[in-house]
Every structure is written in C-alpha cells, then in structure tokens.
Design a binder for this molecule. Structure first.
Ligand code: CP
Length: 308
C-alpha cells in the first residue's frame, strides 16, 4: 500500500473535518505504519520538514506520541512551551506563530486551554495545524485513535454500542468521539450525573442512560472519561465519593459482562472514575489506545505533510 491517497482537508481541527473515506485512509495508513515499523522499516515521509509541538496546556500522551511519530517519519521536531517563551513577556499568540513560521516551521501540533485557538491559528498561517486538544471543544486525534482501537479489536466500528460515561460536560474527548463514532455509524449513548451533562445535550442527539449498571448492560464498549476537576465551577459536583459510588466503574460491575470492552483516554483518576483492579484485564484497552496513538499520529502527519 503506497498509492498516494489524500484527505479531503489540509489540516485537522475537529472530528467533523473528516468524512468516512478520510477516516478509512487514516486507519489504512496507521495500519501500514504499524505493520512495517514492527518489521524494522524506516520512514522518510517528513524528511526536511520541521514540526512544532506547541503545547499551552499540560500533556503526556498526546505530546510524546506526536513527538515520537514526527521523529519516526524523519521530521525535525521542536517543542514550544508557553511557560518559558516570550508569551510570558506579553508577546501575542499571533506574533508567536509568525515568529516560529519565520524559522521555517511548516506543521504545528497545538494544544490550548481555550476552545478555538487551533482554528484561529489555521486562519493565520500557510502551515498545517493539527489540533491536539482545545478547551472543551475538540480532541480529534484522540477520537481517531479510540475508533482505530475499536476497529482493530472488533473488525468494524459500524453497529457497535458505545456508552460514554462520566464527566461529559467538560470533555473534548466526548465531543470528538460522538462525532467520529456517528460518522462510522456506531450507536452512541451517554451516562453521567445531570450536573456533568452539557445544557445543550439535544444538539448531540444521543440518548442518556441514567444508571451505570444499565449502561454496562446495554453497551459493547464503555468509554470512561476523566473527572476534570480543574475545569469545574465550584459546587457542580458536591462529592467525589458520591460520584465514585454512582458513576465509577468497579471491577465487580466490569466483570459481570465477559466481552465488555473498556477504554479511557487517560490520564486516569483511579479510585474515582475507575477501579484500579480493572487495568490488567485483557478487555481494558487503555494501554492499546496509547500504542495506537503513535501510529494514528504518524498517519496524520504523513498524510497532511505530503504536499509541503
Ligand atoms: N488523552 C490525552 O489527551 O492525554 P494527555 O493529556 O496526557 O495528552
């Protein structure tokens, strides 16, 4: 497989940028890299291209996997940390972008606490922006690696019953997964306390399952979210213990259904949304998601960098 297939967009800002054909192209390319990397092959898709990792918010998985992906494609990868940059002296975001651009950087992996920053940057550069998570808005590469993990595990995503559980209101992962899973024709439902469901829930067109046991009974897959205490207004969640009692997934609940698959984007608050005893189970795919993240990001960098 090395015929040149192209995505219908020259950037990636949100899941809705990708149609079903695009997603298939990304999955095939990720599969290609996964098989050939295991055989020891080297790749030069991004030789001569510099990729900036511009993270204005903390990250472990996304930043490191994009960095590894860029290096495996022979790109030059640079890291930009806002806390040690001239942004602390008052330089604007747009001036920062144009400064980095003047050094010959052509691809930007951007994470920011404010929704809309990657789109704003894309509108102001000739380079390629990949959204690595913006506020509560979108995390499209997480959604791609989650769907790829389901595709590899089940052989298809179409028709799968996926329940997204927990802190849905604050979650860009939930938003991006709902869009992507619907594009791939999965059946998506949501389960969480009323105070952690978005007020405009009707826009998402997903049924709500109120009880975690009912969610487990219905689903083929539960996608458990991190409780994002750093994004919460005070009072929205009166008690962490109560959240754990009603919406945390215990080993006993998980074990009730033999083929139930569990995913979590990480980082996990063990003891809050998830029982730590679930982690070693073969149907707990958290580590597989992380591994797939590198190949999905290699695929995206290669596909979006092919015209530079
Ligand atoms: N899932 C995810 O985005 O993790 P990081 O914040 O560690 O990148």
């Amino acid at each position: 497989m090395n015929e040149l297939k192209k995505l219908s967009v020259p950037y990636l800002l949100e899941s809705a940028d990708l149609n079903r054909d695009d997603i298939k192209i990304v999955f095939d390319k990720a599969d290609f890299f996964m098989q050939n990397y295991k055989r020891g092959e080297k790749f030069s898709d991004l030789k001569g291209i510099t990729v900036a990792m511009a993270f204005f918010e903390p990250s472990t998985r996304t930043k490191l996997s994009f960095d590894i992906a860029a290096k495996r494609l022979s790109a030059d990868s640079i890291s930009f940390a806002s806390s040690t940059s001239s942004i602390t002296k008052g330089e604007s975001l747009i001036d920062t972008l144009h400064t980095i651009e003047a050094m010959g950087v052509e691809m930007y992996v951007v994470r920011h606490k404010n929704s809309g920053v990657p789109k704003f940057l894309q509108e102001n550069t000739k380079g390629v922006i990949l959204n690595a998570g913006d506020g509560k808005h979108a995390h499209p590469t997480q959604a791609l690696l989650d769907s790829f993990t389901l595709y590899k595990h089940f052989g298809a995503v179409k028709g799968l019953k996926v329940c997204i559980v927990g802190d849905i209101m604050h979650s860009r992962v939930a938003r991006s997964n709902i869009d992507m899973l619907k594009t791939l024709e999965a059946d998506v439902k949501l389960c969480g306390p009323g105070t952690l469901l978005p007020r405009n829930i009707n826009v998402w067109d997903c049924d709500i399952i109120e009880n975690i046991n009912d969610a487990i009974e219905w689903a083929d897959v539960i996608l458990v979210l991190r409780l994002q205490r750093e994004r919460m207004e005070s009072g929205i969640l009166p008690s962490i213990e109560e959240f754990n009692r009603f919406y945390g997934v215990s080993l006993e609940q998980f074990s009730k259904k033999q083929d139930l698959v569990l995913m979590h984007p990480g980082p996990v608050n063990y003891g809050i949304e998830l029982d730590y005893r679930i982690a070693p189970n073969k149907n707990c795919l958290i580590q597989t998601q992380v591994t797939h993240g590198v190949f999905i990001r290699m695929a995206l960098l290669s596909l979006l960098g092919s015209d530079l």
